[in-house]
Ligand binder design. Structure first.
Ligand SMILES: Nc1nc2c(ncn2[C@@H]2O[C@H](COP(=O)(O)OP(=O)(O)OP(=O)(O)O)[C@@H](O)[C@H]2O)c(=O)[nH]1
Length: 401
């Protein structure tokens, strides 16, 4: 290895996807590395760490740090740094594997290793180098995760974040370098192809590896050198789609459809709010921004992950910025000028939809019905009711089963 820092692989993925199974598989594999392990579990007793110790023949010289009663992406961030700092002092290992809890959000965990954390004494960037972010996906329950949002238990969600399992799972999928599609033994090949196609749409940059009982080759997740914070952060499929310069036709493959919906006119606020509360169940992901008539001051964002839909004020239009500041954006990204409208500037709608076995045309028609008509374009939009501005100005959660 070129760097003398200790490489780190982080395993994420929902409860029961197979993270511990993968961990055990890798620990007992023949890779010649001394691996230290941090296991994060939300429960009082760290069941996972017990499993790791019981199941792997660690020969007594491997170190397992258990982090219970909290999540390493939030409450235990500082604690985790302390622990890995202590480990680093001894430096009796050459690789660090972290199994995060099912509800851990990958970005803060990655940030902790890539940038340190607040005023923690230990700076991990001196000693550690984030090598690979891995997400373990349960092929067997993948569709259920999006149908019912029941992939994680109530207890697992008790972390005050207010986020539903599908949102966390999508974060884990959209921010990673390697996707392990585990439990492939339980799913027919056709379904696996469909799931893989969805995963590719959600996260085109990741390497997808099919596994049974976590039987991954160590090289697939250790020492891959794939992690790059900037790239990981912009690697979500919807970001790619939004960056397409222009609208592209719906793409259908293995029953998976994705398309970008783009319009220059605003939506009628109440009509689009009603539609967003009633999106087809087959839609797995919807993301992007839209223009709501009467709210020329702010771009509205949509974030649909499975059955959870959030929409509300989320960003600035360049048209609202002082001219000098706007010019700076144009200088940095000349493409921005292409869609500039004389009257309305960059106000427009651009949404990405990714779904499975769904017909895009009826949805496009319904979206078009929400766009202002010619007559409405001449109305006083300020008189429209605004369903997107709740009192506390937080995002409006339209539906979350
Ligand atoms: N059939 C099948 N079962 C599997 C596979 N991988 C893991 N399992 C089983 O699934 C269950 C959960 O696996 P774990 O490895 O504990 O899952 P986890 O992601 O660590 O779960 P938490 O730590 O509780 O979040 C265990 O009973 C495993 O034996 C697989 O590929 N196929």
């Amino acid at each position: 290895m070129v760097s003398d820092r200790i490489p780190v692989t982080v395993l994420s993925g929902p409860l029961g996807a197979g993270k511990t199974t993968v961990l055990n598989h890798v620990l007992t594999a023949d890779h010649g590395l001394e691996v230290a392990v941090v296991v994060n579990d939300m429960g009082e007793v760290n069941v996972d760490a017990e499993h790791v110790t019981q199941q792997s023949d660690l020969g007594g010289d491997q170190e397992i740090i258990e982090m219970s009663n909290g999540c390493i992406c939030c409450r235990l961030r500082g604690d985790m740094l302390e622990e890995v700092g202590r480990l680093a002092d001894r430096r009796e290992f050459d690789y660090l594997l972290v199994e995060s809890s099912g509800i851990s959000e990958p970005i803060p965990v990655a940030q902790t290793f890539a940038m340190g954390f607040e005023d923690a004494d230990f700076d991990p960037t001196d000693t550690y180098e984030l090598d690979t972010m891995v997400t373990v996906v349960n092929a067997h329950s993948f569709w259920e995760s999006f149908d019912s949002g029941s992939a994680l238990t109530e207890q697992e969600l008790d972390d005050d974040s207010g986020r539903v399992p599908e949102e966390v799972l999508l974060d884990q999928i959209e921010f990673c370098d390697v996707l392990l599609l585990n439990k492939c033994d339980l799913v027919p090949d056709d379904d696996l192809e469909e799931i893989e196609t969805v995963l590719e749409r959600l996260q085109p940059r990741a390497e997808i590896v099919r596994t049974e009982f976590g039987d991954v080759a160590p090289d697939d997740i250790l020492g891959t050198d794939r992690f790059d914070f900037e790239r990981a952060q912009s690697s979500a499929g919807w970001k790619h789609e939004l960056k397409h310069d222009h609208y592209h036709d719906p793409q259908e493959e293995h029953g998976v459809t994705s398309f970008v919906y783009q319009r220059d006119r605003p939506f009628h606020p109440e009509r689009i709010a009603a539609l967003l509360a009633d999106l087809p169940d087959e839609l797995i992901r919807a993301k992007g921004f839209f223009w709501s008539a009467g709210r020329e001051d702010v771009a509205m964002g949509i974030d649909k992950a499975g059955t959870s839909v959030r929409a509300g004020p989320s960003g600035q239009w360049l048209a609202n910025l002082p001219k000098a500041q706007r010019e700076q954006y144009f200088a940095a990204r000349p493409g921005l000028k292409d869609d500039w409208d004389e009257e309305w500037g960059d106000r427009m709608t651009r949404l990405v939809f990714i779904g499975r076995e769904f017909d895009d045309e009826p949805l496009i028609e319904r979206l078009d019905d929400c766009v202002l008509s010619d007559t409405e374009m001449d109305e006083d939009w300020g008189r429209y009711a605004d369903p997107f501005e709740p009192e506390d100005r937080r995002e409006l959660a339209l539906s979350s089963r």
